[in-house]
Design a protein around this ligand. Sequence first.
Ligand code: 4AD
Ligand code: MG
Length: 436
Amino acid sequence: MSAPRITIAEAARHVGETVSVPGWLYNMRKSGKIVFPLLRDGTGLMQCVAVKSALPEAVFETIKDLTQESSLIMTGKIRADERAAGGYEMDVESIEVIQRVPESDPYPITPKEHGVDFLMDHRHLWLRSQHQHAIARVRHEVIKAVRDYFDSNGFTLVDTPIFTPAACEGTTTLFEVNYFDDDKAYLTQSGQLYNEATAMAFGKVYCFGPTFRAEKSKTRRHLTEFWMVEPEMAFATLEDVKRVGEELLIHTVKRVLENRQPELKLLGRDLSKLQAIQAPFPRISYDEAVKILQSKGSEIKWGGDFGNTDETLLTQDYDRPLLVDRYPSHIKAFYFQPDLERPEVALAVDVLAPEGHGEIIGGGQRVHDPDLLLKRIQDEGLPMDAFQWYIDLRKYGTVPHGGFGMGIERCVGWICGIEHVRETIAFPRMLYRLRP
Ligand code: 4AD
Ligand code: MG
């Protein structure tokens, strides 16, 4: 009878039993008449122990000659061992090799240090490392937490189109695609405008999908393709937007702390920094932010947009995300509602993550007055025909409404404490990176 097949994560329930674990050889230590193949299977790592005197010679030799990333099915008895990675070891009884990676063309990523360009070129293989696995699992947890937050707070998921006829976030970062019969389409920069339609239909909605920006910026925060979650609420003001953004971040960080501590520890993340993410988040206005920056030596003047350095300077004094609101209208998108008491500022809010991770959330209240919206579209020189449907929303039962977008990669980068967003998505797309 063949042994039952299990994953490494299930080892705890099979102590004392002989089982088979399919996986790959992660590493191997050799010590004379004993070899210690370290197996990985996507659920964890398990050290195996193969003793020469306890095995048929051919089996021992096969194991001893295994090469990194060879695929195999290892069979043996599970034993609890506190010192072992994962807490369990396998005393090997037999092995089935699926593919032995030949020495003539060995697995290119070795335990030694590699440069980041080399690793990025081998991203399809780099994903097998423990570090990348931990980041991917935190990302999964973040996405699940985000969905759970909206699903349990009355939001309906309504996905928005990826081919769009017009810009949402400025015409300079559009990716153009040919769309039948000489028509042009653009890859979506944000689902927001469509979210506004569905919010008028369903009240509270969110979309969650890939978004695209032809960003010529080569910073550690910019991707050309990133995933954004965007809630939108009818009958909502800037204050509601701020409250929901704060709740979402607290909920998400709490979930990751509950379920992904081993991954965070593997990444060397200081957990106390995440435990500090509690309400209330500090709230300041753009005006105050400019004064703070000037007092810290920044060259910024009222009316200017914050650069990465400004954002880092601003968040230095806080241990939790900082909400900055009421930006000058001219540096924000056309759809923002102006503050009626101070029309030169927009009811917009950015949430800046601590520790220099920059803007993770951007949003605010939308123009709901039809005449004002027409004027904004004209002033920006946007194509009126492409926006007719959007203007309709203001003609038929317009209400104050608002929402925001959170970039998943920036959020994951912050929670994991990693420098560059390129490691927070499996196959990053950037100015100089379209492969693999
Ligand atoms: O501030 P942004 O451009 O806002 C919007 O797109 C709104 N329409 C969202 C809305 O209100 N529904 O982008 C929102 C967030 C940013 O705060 C950031 O986290 C992320 O999306 N983001 C990027 N992430 C990675 N690479 C880029 N190039 C990004 N651009 C924005
Ligand atoms: Mg923004």
